[in-house]
Design a protein around this ligand. Sequence first.
Ligand code: SAH
Ligand code: SF4
Length: 366
Amino acid sequence: MNKPSIYGLTLDQLSAWLGERGHKKFRASQVWDYLYRQRVTEFNNMTEVNPACIALLTEHFAIQTLTEHVKQESADGTVKFLFRLEDGNLIETVLMRQKYGQSVCVTTQVGCNIGCSFCASGLIKKSRDLTAGEIVEQIMKVQFHLDAAAQDQLVTHIVVMGIGEPFDNFENMVDFLNIVKDRKGLVIAPKRITVSTSGLPDKIREFADSDLQVNLALSLHAPNNELRTRIMKINRAYPLEQLMSAVEYYLTKTNRRIMLEYILLRDVNDHQEHAQQLADLIAHMNKSASVNLIPYNPVDEHSQYQRSSQESIITFYDTLKKNGVNCTVRLEHGTDIDAACGQLRSKQIKKAAQAEKEENPVVVGS
Ligand code: SAH
Ligand code: SF4
């Protein structure tokens, strides 16, 4: 069996693991310094760690387990990575260059079982959850990319908005968050991390109870049950009443704000009356909620959906504003390189299947 990445252990877990094997606990901080500050990729290069400890770590852990399969750079500086996992599966990670820093969008699962009708990731059923190590390593790979450019840039922000439903891989996601937040590691401030969920009420409550201090975004996308169920079948299991009650719990428990994501789909959910319904639905949240309007990124397989017109986006935005809703329109990154959720991966998988067919053509009737 392949060795797991050491990136998957929190500092406490590594300390305990070393302690149980007779090593001094301070070794864990030392190893973390090599991993996250000096960013060595070989245990043998941890020159101040004693040889017995190096041998033990080498025997049980790998550092890197992902390999770069494709890297695409967009004209606006966005970089999209397609990584191959050790089992051959492909996952996506995106680096977005923002005015305020370097933001990375990470994947949490191979595929997604939620199956939203507009999303490229949901086209492929989940084959497995990513380990905490595989999620952390995506950040490290992007950091190595930044290091290679020698511009002293660090990953400063994380959005958990890549392939998969993070709340369907809850424990690994929480370990990942604790690892990247740690002051002895990458020191990414929790207020600079946002986790996006399609809305699993029990997990929203658990997230609120976890005291992670990380931002929460909710993929709402519709202002009523009928429409939400039509575009997100998860709404059948967890209708808006249940979802909004979990959101209330989150707001009260954490005293934080929530970001409501709303993809604008032409003539589906982008009319002025939808904006009004949305404003009414969240009116009681006052300033605790903000709406992020997302221009739809067309997906070949979901041709029933088109992007809203500029005019509809403006009317929708104005209606929310008039109702006192905090609202922004998401800037797009790397649309020239398929940077939307799951798109590069699904295109690469299709390409590979096509190439296989061409190599082994099915000859009918011969
Ligand atoms: N599963 C989680 C996180 C990953 S999706 C969730 O659904 O929230 C991250 C965001 O990208 C979600 O708001 C999702 O609705 C949005 N998204 C998915 N496909 C999209 C597309 N084709 N165009 C624009 N946004 C999309
Ligand atoms: Fe899964 Fe999120 Fe895509 Fe829905 S939008 S299919 S939950 S990744």
